[in-house]
Design a protein around this ligand. Structure first.
Ligand SMILES: CC1(C)O[C@@H]2[C@@H](CO[C@@]3(CNc4nc5cc6c(=O)[nH]c(N)nc6cc5[nH]4)OC(C)(C)O[C@@H]23)O1
Ligand SMILES: [Zn+2]
Length: 372
């Protein structure tokens, strides 16, 4: 019996968009949903109470980072990641493979697993599918991701095919090593690079292994946006309708709209909080770069269409002042607004799908945001 169940509530008649609900041991998640990224047991500059205020339903943690610091053994002793970070809602943990490739300098990939040097102190480590399962089990996340190889953008077809076939073998090993099936669900990750036939092969092989949910990996890795959207449109419908689909590492408002249109249910991205720390806000009229001198005496809210705590209590001039002075509060307030804006966009998409006006909503948003 899987710890993760999905209920399909409504399908859009004119696109792949759909509304659903994911039921997890730590609560229910309405979909489509955006998941704030809490890599090292914190969504940067956000209190758990603030995350609840903006209606965050699920956050991400990361196996690679938490294994290196503070150590999954310490988090286990603390009673698991939920207790350790004071977050009692669902948590999804990525499996570590991707971070090894994107963060650590030297890594040696074999059938057994990956040997790498820590990006923190250069110490040598080894992660296998079994080790990734052990770490995620110690963390106690509601949704665990299979250990996979994310091939770099531009990898050739032979390498990509060999890699996806190893990722399938690793997924099988993860499933066999996955013990705590009552309390933790395990999602497979579709690879296949930029090749549609390999994406199909990867999806079919993982569907045969029967996971409670499927992620699209190997995207948002530097490929052109329209290439990602084309692969999305092709691959998403290959996945089971009665299981959640998760697009890893995506994304900006335009990518979220396209992903929902293709039938994606779950998203995560560091963009919202990373941009905030650089003083850039997402608003209904597009991006606002607060450092711009034109905001020096602009005493209007960040976004006059946003009803969040930040837009109700502060002005662009004040936020610009905080950013220029590199005040810690600037990261807190702009992160709060960017995440609220993104979660509100997902809620508005869910409502539009329920009311059979998703494509109209998408067009209106894109026009006002400046995408079209
Ligand atoms: C969009 C934005 C701002 O997000 C940033 C930066 C560069 O892209 C990101 C986001 N893209 C991304 N693609 C992924 C693919 C996989 C994957 O195939 N497997 C597994 N296990 N996890 C994955 C996680 C992923 N995250 O990846 C890092 C390098 C984490 O920084 C993120 O641009
Ligand atoms: Zn706001």
């Amino acid at each position: 019996m899987s710890a993760i169940k999905y209920e399909l509530i409504k399908e859009d008649k004119r696109s792949g968009a759909r509304v659903g609900k994911i039921i997890t041991p730590h609560g229910e998640i309405p979909t489509p949903i955006f998941m704030p990224v809490g890599t090292r047991a914190t969504v940067k500059a956000m209190l758990p109470e603030s995350l609840k205020e903006i209606n965050a339903k699920i956050i991400l943690g990361n196996t690679y980072h938490l294994y290196l610091r503070p150590g999954d053994d310490i988090i286990k002793k603390a009673g698991g990641l939920h207790k350790f970070m004071n977050w009692d809602r669902p948590i999804l943990t990525d499996s570590g493979g991707f971070q090894v490739f994107s963060l650590s300098k030297t890594n040696d990939i074999t059938e057994e697993g990956v040997t790498f040097r820590s990006h923190i102190d250069g110490s040598r480590h080894f992660i296998s599918p079994e080790k990734s399962m052990e770490i995620q089990n110690n963390l106690g996340s509601d949704i665990m991701m299979a250990f996979d190889e994310c091939v770099p953008y531009g990898a050739d077809k032979k390498y990509t095919k060999d890699s996806l076939e190893m990722t399938t073998r690793w997924a099988k090993r993860c499933k066999e090593a996955h013990k705590n099936t009552e309390h933790q669900g395990l999602f497979g990750i579709v690879q296949g690079g930029m090749f549609k036939d390999l994406r199909k092969q990867s999806a079919e092989q993982l569907i045969d292994l029967d996971f409670p949910g499927y992620a699209l990996g190997g995207l948002s890795v530097g490929e052109p946006m329209d290439m990602m959207f084309d692969l999305l449109d092709y691959t998403t419908p290959l996945l089971p309708k009665d299981k959640p689909r998760y697009l890893m590492g995506v994304g900006s408002p335009d990518a979220l709209l396209e992903g929902v249109k293709s039938g994606i249910d779950m998203f995560d991205c560091v963009l919202q909080t990373r941009m905030a720390r650089n003083g850039t806000a997402l608003t209904s009229a597009g991006k606002v770069t607060l450092k711009n001198a034109k905001y020096k005496e602009d005493f209007t809210p960040l976004d006059d269409k946003c009803d969040c705590y930040v837009c109700r209590n502060y002005t662009k001039a004040y936020l610009r002042h905080l950013v220029i002075c590199k005040e810690i509060l600037s990261s807190m307030l702009v992160s709060y607004h960017n995440l609220y804006f993104t979660l509100k966009l997902m809620e508005n998409m869910r409502n539009a799908i329920m009311e059979d006006r998703f494509l109209e909503f998408k067009h209106e948003f894109e026009k006002e945001y400046g995408i079209i």
